[in-house]
Design a protein around this ligand. Structure first.
Ligand code: SAH
Length: 402
């Protein structure tokens, strides 16, 4: 017996045929009478021709997430094993695993595995499942993950707020294989970082900034001695470690509202044998901190702005753009003439153009001329699909502020 079928409205199948992995609820012509959230379905056009196979959640705007375009492909542990093998092979190609043992192994749609995120921390895998479909296939997926990766330890972290949109419960983190220590010491480009795989933010570390940390470390080498860096929204201070490791004269001020993140930051400075007296840690709202610095006419050689996502959905976009514009205005006020601004947005619903526009507005309000030096997106272990721009969420601009 075949899978339940969903027929697609006339003319709404072309995006799927071009490789977009989502079918929105508005594009459904006829849905199966009864299909539990997360169940497998076949998508067909109005003539009954097979278009794709995926999993369905009637309660979501993204009603179906595509798993395969091959009508003969069965969604079983072998299917998952092949996809995981392919993701693993890509990381072997794109990441120097001698200097880096922390990266994203599976990036959901970007690795043709919708709903699944797996971060690799040396021997530990941290898994997230974001959708009803990925939840219902979780045990098959985990069997495949085990067979391909043979991990010593696996943590399941299903606390993400995104689960609520799928009608799922947010669950506390739990160890599902092995004995996971509270703390891991991993390396990124030979810099050492402590990670708490159970309690740390998201899965414990932000690998999506690896290439940006490396880029800033190149600029650090050329900064004048005793330059000061304001690392706003620092989390575990990856940017500061990267820059100060290259130029030992640099001073950094690391700002985060999380005291836990700052403790991790302090220890990361020690782990990398940096001079503790040159690095300070401020527990504050970064907006308020920047306002106070600007009011006191304090300026820095480098300002980094890496806030959490301001918009999780399209509805929040207008406010998010105002937030970026305000934050960047404050950031620009705090950069010395000739200094650097690295500004980031990880809001999936804000495009690169819209983000650049908010920085442009901020610069113009301040009457400062910004030279755009480098533009970054997701790092290579967070692949995005060309067919689905929504899968690329990170936008980073590196500018000289005159
Ligand atoms: N730059 C970091 C990642 C930043 S994640 C890295 O390279 O690893 C975003 C951080 O912003 C989190 O640590 C969070 O605690 C912090 N944060 C969120 N809202 C904040 C606010 N209003 N002020 C200061 N920090 C904030």
């Amino acid at each position: 017996m075949g899978l339940p079928k969903i027929s697609i409205k006339k003319g709404r199948e072309w995006q799927l045929l071009r490789g977009h992995p989502w079918l929105f609820s508005g594009a459904i012509s006829q849905a199966p009478g009864k299909a539990e959230a997360g169940s497998l379905v076949d998508l067909v056009d109005l003539n009954g021709n097979f278009v794709a196979r995926g999993y369905y959640n009637a309660n979501c705007d993204i009603a179906v997430r595509v798993l395969t375009h091959d009508p003969d492909e069965v969604i079983d542990s072998q299917f998952f094993a092949q996809r995981i093998e392919s993701a693993k092979a890509l990381r072997r190609q794109s990441i120097d695993q001698v200097s880096t043992n922390v990266y994203r192994l599976i990036n959901s749609e970007g690795d043709f595995l919708p709903g699944y995120i797996v971060d690799f921390y040396d021997d530990v895998l941290v898994v997230q499942s974001h959708t009803a479909g990925s939840d219902s296939l979780l045990s098959v997926f985990l069997t495949a993950l085990e067979s391909v990766m043979k991990p010593k330890e696996v943590v399941l972290r299903n606390e993400a707020a995104a689960r609520k949109r799928e009608g799922l419960l947010q669950e506390p983190a739990r160890v599902i294989q092995g004995q996971v220590p509270d703390e891991l010491l991993v390396k990124e480009n030979n810099w050492q970082f402590l990670i708490d795989p159970l309690q740390g933010q998201k899965t414990g570390f932000f690998s999506d900034q690896r290439d940006k940390r490396l880029a800033l470390s190149r600029y650090a080498a050329g900064l004048p001695a005793d330059s000061i860096i304001a690392n706003c929204f620092c989390y575990s201070s990856g940017f500061s470690v990267a820059m100060a490791s290259v130029n030992h004269t640099l001073r950094t001020v690391n700002i985060d509202e999380s005291q836990k993140a700052l403790l991790l930051s302090q220890r990361n400075i020690q782990e990398n044998k940096l001079d503790a007296s040159k690095h300070s840690f401020v527990c504050a709202d970064a907006f308020k901190w920047l306002e106070a610095e600007a009011a006191n006419q304090h300026q820095f050689d480098v300002v980094i702005l890496d806030p959490p996502a301001f918009a999780k959905t399209h509805k929040e976009k207008t406010n998010a753009l105002k937030g970026y514009s305000r934050l960047n205005q404050l950031g620009i006020q705090c950069v010395k003439s000739g200094g650097l601004l690295m500004t980031c947005s990880c809001s999936g619903s804000v495009s690169m153009e819209e983000f650049q526009d908010s920085v442009r507005q901020a610069a113009s309000r301040e009457g400062r001329a910004l030279q755009l030096l480098e533009v970054f997106q997701n790092s290579c272990d967070h692949p995005m699909l060309i067919s689905a721009p929504e899968t690329g969420y990170l936008k980073v601009l590196l500018c000289r502020v005159n």
